[in-house]
Design a protein around this ligand. Structure first.
Ligand code: PHE
Length: 446
């Protein structure tokens, strides 16, 4: 075992860290565009239902295991397993989580790098450095590689500083700024011509789509990715929560904040797209759907900002600051998963573990940058669509079928002695046992 474990110093600290992990590119980019291409509020509705019915119970499973074991994913899953076979399964699932999250980080870093480059571009323009500004927004291997490096250095630096002085300190600074910037941007964009059409496209439901299998799969994938589930992130953050904290309450706060910020991001992105349309920027692709992939964030929105003249430079700075903050508070939670394992399981010093593992992931990122077309989509699909839901399923099985019911109750009772008579304990165990696993599989195999 390594040095003494860290712990979040307050409920606010944990909430900001966990919400920081949850709120990322998935909320501000993935959610609004998924909603736009899946029947607007019909997607929103399905997403809300799935988030609370399937993702929240899975989130609780991770938080409870984490705080009980006070250890990384591998050690934690093993500690709640009894027989030889389930201990072996624990090792495999815990390890698969660590590998998956490392690969998620490797592609996440590339996109986050684009966000920082786009953040610096309007600043360069303000300073009169037009050449630099043009280079920053141009897709090139050198630029992408350089910003992967910069983003990973930031991530490694924060994780090296530990739970309280790194993760908590930065999350409590960055997350309130994120919410403030988001509110300011929504307020501004909604005053522009065209914005109301966007709001309508987002909020008027096309209920004929609710039973569409593609919508269900997208909504579930989105909910799992957005709550950072299945890969041990919430488990490791749960392991740093104090024993007198009420887990069902903090878990619901994290889910509410995550969903709330995703819904709010929709009120920024879709109106912004229709403002862009009103300003003559094309927002539909050849197939007639709304542009949703990287093109949306790195070409439609910058094109919109440049139609806004001088103000547009500040809107661009604010928007890409928002994206960078969202990415960084998520990337640190990803790197923490393998680092905690290295520290606790192999006794490596934290700083050293953060640097070695961070460098390894940087190398994978750079390989993807160099072979973008074949690799990028493949890594995204394998990690987020194949591995993450299956691991989420496995976590539910561990908590509901392998761990003793008494152990779970004891753990939750630590911060909420009256839990046994409350709604959470009446519903949740049945849920994770009989509803979540088949529901995840059902949606998965759609
Ligand atoms: N939840 C993050 C987002 O929405 C992504 C993430 C996935 C973070 C898995 C940690 C682990 O962008």
């Amino acid at each position: 075992m390594g040095a003494a474990r860290g712990e979040f110093s307050s409920r606010f600290g944990f909430l900001m860290a966990a919400t920081g992990s949850a709120v990322g590119l998935g909320n501000i980019w993935g959610f609004p565009t998924n909603a736009a291409s899946n029947g607007g509020a019909a997607f929103l509705f399905t997403y809300l239902v799935l988030a609370f019915v399937l993702a929240y119970p899975a989130l609780m499973a991770e938080l409870i295991i984490g705080r009980h074991a006070r250890a990384n994913a591998v050690t934690a899953l093993r500690s709640i397993s009894r027989g030889e076979k389930s201990r072996l399964a624990a090792l495999l699932v815990g390890f698969a989580g660590i590998v998956t999250v490392s690969f998620i980080l490797s592609f996440y870093t590339i996109v986050s790098g684009w966000m920082i480059a786009h953040f610096f571009a309007p600043i360069a323009r303000l300073l009169g450095m037009q050449g630099l500004a043009a280079w920053l927004v141009e897709d090139s291997i050198v630029r992408n590689g350089a910003f992967v490096l910069l983003f990973m250095i930031l991530t490694i630096t924060i994780i090296s500083a530990g739970v309280k002085d790194g993760i908590e300190k930065w999350a409590t600074r960055l997350m309130p700024s994120l919410i403030l910037i988001l509110l300011l941007l929504i307020g501004y964009v909604l005053t522009l011509p065209g914005a109301m059409d966007g709001l309508r496209a987002y909020l008027v439901p096309d209920f004929s789509r609710v039973t569409d299998p593609a919508l269900l799969v997208d909504a579930m994938g989105q909910a799992f990715f957005s709550l950072s589930l299945g890969v041990g992130t919430m488990l490791i953050y749960g392991s740093y929560i104090s024993s007198d904290e009420n887990l069902p309450t903090v878990g619901s706060l994290v889910a509410l904040l995550d969903v709330g910020i995703a819904v709010m991001a929709g009120m920024l992105i879709l109106p912004a797209m229709y403002v862009a349309l009103a300003n003559g920027v094309p927002i539909y692709d050849e197939a007639g759907g709304l542009i949703a992939g990287p093109g949306l964030i790195v070409s439609v929105l910058p094109a919109l900002f440049s139609t806004m003249g001088f103000v547009g430079l500040f809107v661009a700075i604010a928007f890409f600051a928002l994206m960078t903050i969202a990415s960084l508070t998520s990337s640190i939670s990803m790197l923490e998963v393998p680092v905690a394992y290295g520290v606790e399981h192999h006794g490596v010093e934290r700083r050293k573990a953060a640097i070695i593992i961070g460098l390894l992931i940087t190398v994978i990122s750079l390989l993807i940058v160099l072979n973008f077309d074949p690799l990028f989509d493949m890594v995204v699909t394998l990690t987020t669509e194949v591995s993450q839901p299956l691991l989420g399923f496995a976590f539910c099985i561990f908590v509901a079928w392998i761990w003793h019911r008494n152990g779970i109750l004891e753990e939750i009772q630590k911060g909420s002695p009256e839990v046994e008579s409350g709604w959470f304990w009446k519903i949740w165990p049945v849920y994770v046992k009989y509803i979540c696993p088949p529901a995840i599989l059902l949606v998965y195999f759609q």
